[in-house]
Design a protein around this ligand. Sequence first.
Ligand SMILES: [Zn+2]
Length: 142
Amino acid sequence: MAEQGAAKGPLPVVDFLKIPDRGDPYLEGHRCQKCKAVFLGTREACSKCGTRGALEAVRLSNKGELYVYSIVHRSFPGITVPYVSAVVDLEGGGTVKGNLIGIDPDPAKIKMGMPIEVVYQKAPRKDAEGNEYLTYYFQPRS
Ligand SMILES: [Zn+2]
């Protein structure tokens, strides 16, 4: 089974990262048809207005802005530090946590509200069965 998994393309690192057979990967959210709130992942009822059964899957934008970040200096063994953990508000809705790359982990260079884009790359490591994973990062957008 492991060979079968490894023979396909990379697997999504989280279930809200979608990899279509054709076209580019994207992040998927769910939008409440009543109040238009957007969430990551599936749920029964809208967390904002409580409406049930009115959440539709939507393709989230790859553009957004930095909401908040933290420079991480200590992590698990094997993880290169420091790195920038960030929360980004995407255009049109959706708030996503991830790592900000393409910028020095320096508070003097990172600005709240700076425009970012979502980029997709193979994760640096494989799992124990040799599967590759596709993950997403944020990077500054000019
Ligand atoms: Zn709602």
